[in-house]
Design a protein. Structure first.
Length: 148
């Protein structure tokens, strides 16, 4: 899905590892190669799932592209996970080589995604389509609460 990515190393995580945490600096774009990851927001002591990833995918793009480069949610490994971490500076270097309108479109999309995610979490709206049509198991929720 994401090519060879020969310039970057594979990083391994195990169940319970926090890949990144809501509110912290989003240092990397995360290219998920394998494993299961829960993405959650913590709103008034309640975990709001904003995505589950099984297999390949990309995480953290909205934080990497935003002006304040803040993680909008936490990502926690639910199993053995392999990812490639692409540093924010590399993403911005590539974007810097593109037309200004491309940069503006991506920043605008990032801003809109962040606002939408905030509204959904603030109103505790959970849509199964964002979660791969699955819900937290009691064990997963307990694991996530323990590490966050």
């Amino acid at each position: 899905m994401f090519g060879q990515n020969n310039d970057y190393q594979i990083h391994n995580f195990v169940a319970g590892d926090v890949i990144f945490k809501e509110g912290e600096e989003q240092k990397n774009l995360i290219v998920v190669k394998s494993g299961n990851i829960a993405c959650v927001k913590l709103v008034k002591e309640r975990l709001i799932p904003v995505g589950f990833y099984a297999g390949e995918g990309v995480l953290g793009e909205e934080g990497v592209l935003s002006e304040d480069n803040t993680c909008l949610y936490s990502a926690v490994a639910l199993s053995d996970v392999k990812v490639i971490q692409v540093p924010r500076r590399d993403i911005h270097r590539v974007l810097g080589e593109s037309n200004e309108w491309v940069q503006n479109v991506l920043k605008d999309m990032s801003h809109k995604i962040g606002n939408t995610m905030k509204v959904l979490a603030d109103h505790r709206i959970v849509d199964d389509r964002f979660n791969g049509n699955r819900i937290f198991t009691t064990e997963e929720e307990s694991l996530i609460r323990k590490v966050l």
